[in-house]
Design a protein around this ligand. Structure first.
Ligand code: HEC
Ligand code: HEC
Length: 211
């Protein structure tokens, strides 16, 4: 598991409170859901953190585009998203989810307000923002804004990036260059191949602070 033993008792305490909160949320926003929302959501928040805001290496799911979350669950199930953490933690976690449960979980997580991780390097924010908005035409680096939107909020299957954790963003941007995949027909391997370590650090820093 993701946890160090010392965190276990604290986590048990947190989860006892969380269960009631999650139950209340599911009951209030989605009274018509037929699937056992409580146990499914808990299976996810165990790793993805309280209110799905992310925890250690598990990214925030709160506020993510539902079409994107659904597409990633499919990629984990079909083993096309194949980096080491995906393989180790997510292939098993979604193995028993059917398409309908995946859609409902994705819709549910999208309703939770996302909190920014704010954990990048503040000194790199301005550089990261410039690359995000304009790309670096002379280095063949695409503007991220063109697809991910002016406030990194995403659209349809293009994910929200604003406020994701620095470590997670950096790892993802490195992985495409290392030959790992996320889903079929993703433009990201081509985009990320052009990014060097300095650009990746600046982009991940900037994005971690975007609300
Ligand atoms: C054992 C821990 C664990 C459990 C349980 C778990 N996850 Fe994950 N999840 C992870 C980790 C770690 C990653 C990061 C994978 C990577 O780095 O590519 C991840 C990534 C994801 C992503 C990709 C997010 C993105 O921004 O691309 C989605 C979607 C996701 N999980 C959904 C779920 C859902 C839905 C459940 C419950 C059914 C769940 N997870 C249960 C650990 C877990
Ligand atoms: C042509 C459109 C396009 C451009 C340009 C683009 N992206 Fe993406 N991006 C996508 C799509 C589609 C996905 C989802 C598919 C995937 O994960 O492979 C994605 C996924 C991502 C993810 C994964 C998010 C997560 O939750 O795991 C990151 C990080 C990312 N893009 C960063 C960037 C950055 C930084 C730039 C600019 C240098 C950029 N993208 C430019 C379309 C684009």
């Amino acid at each position: 598991m993701l946890r160090r033993p010392i965190e276990l008792s604290f986590e048990v305490m947190k989860r006892t409170g969380l269960k009631a909160a999650v139950l209340a949320m599911v009951a209030s926003i989605a009274p018509a859901m037929a699937w056992d929302g409580d146990s499914s959501v808990r299976n996810c928040t165990w790793c993805h953190g309280t209110s799905a805001q992310g925890y250690m290496v598990a990214p925030r799911l709160a506020g993510q585009r539902p079409a994107y979350t659904e597409s990633q669950i499919r990629s984990f199930r079909e083993h096309t998203r194949d980096n080491p953490f995906s393989k180790q933690y997510m292939w098993g976690a979604v193995a028993a989810l059917d398409a309908r449960a995946a859609r409902e979980l994705a819709a549910y997580f999208a309703t939770i307000a996302p909190k920014p991780a704010n954990d990048g390097d503040k000194n790199l924010v301005a550089t990261g923002r410039t690359i995000y908005m304009e790309g670096i035409p002379e280095a063949n680096i695409a503007s991220c804004y063109a697809c991910h939107g002016p406030n990194a909020e995403g659209v349809r299957e293009i994910p929200r990036l604003g406020g994701l954790a620095y470590f997670y963003l950096k790892a993802r941007l490195e992985q495409w260059g290392q030959g790992y995949h996320s889903g079929p027909a993703s433009p990201m391997p081509l985009v990320a191949r052009q990014l060097g370590p300095n650009e990746i650090e600046a982009l991940a820093s900037y994005l971690s602070f975007v609300k």
